[in-house]
Ligand binder design. Sequence first.
Ligand code: MN3
Length: 197
Amino acid sequence: MPELPYAFDALEPAIDARTMEVHYTKHHQGYLNKLNTALDNQPELFKKDIADILRDLSVVNEDIRTAVKNNGGGYYHHSLFWEMMAPAGNTSPSGETVAKLTDTFGDMDSFRDEFSKKAVGLFGSGWVWLARSDEGKLEIITTSNQDSPVSSGYNPVLGLDVWEHAYYLHYQNRRADYIKAWWDIVNWDAVEENLVA
Ligand code: MN3
């Protein structure tokens, strides 16, 4: 498990400590445990990076492919997600980040609006991503369950978990309030790193 880069309560009030604790110690850990159990059937894959496996799931034996897609995706996405957040007020978008997002989406408000709309509107469980296509284009995309953007040629820049387990303890059915509060804890330094990577 990657270490959480902050304490469970560091993202309050946007995300409460109890949600962070359960999300990290139960959900994220659970995905990793199930991924490891699946990979025991094809141990040579332990040497590969999880993103590389998800980029080309055809390397995974058919009998464990669904388990690796779901639990490998869950493991990988949460590892990214923790790094994409930071305590409120710690980071802000750099000039370069603003320029890139403005270039694609018109302005920062339009970027946030489009991202938030897709997050609110996503039916069922999944993620919303700012992602760069293999052709280099920035797009806002959604993925269902733990399907990975990297499996369809996208490199994640910023992602938001909109599974109910990510917010339900504190927000119940108010997903829109969770999304609105989440903007305060985006780690813009990580966004910038992912934009130039
Ligand atoms: Mn989650």
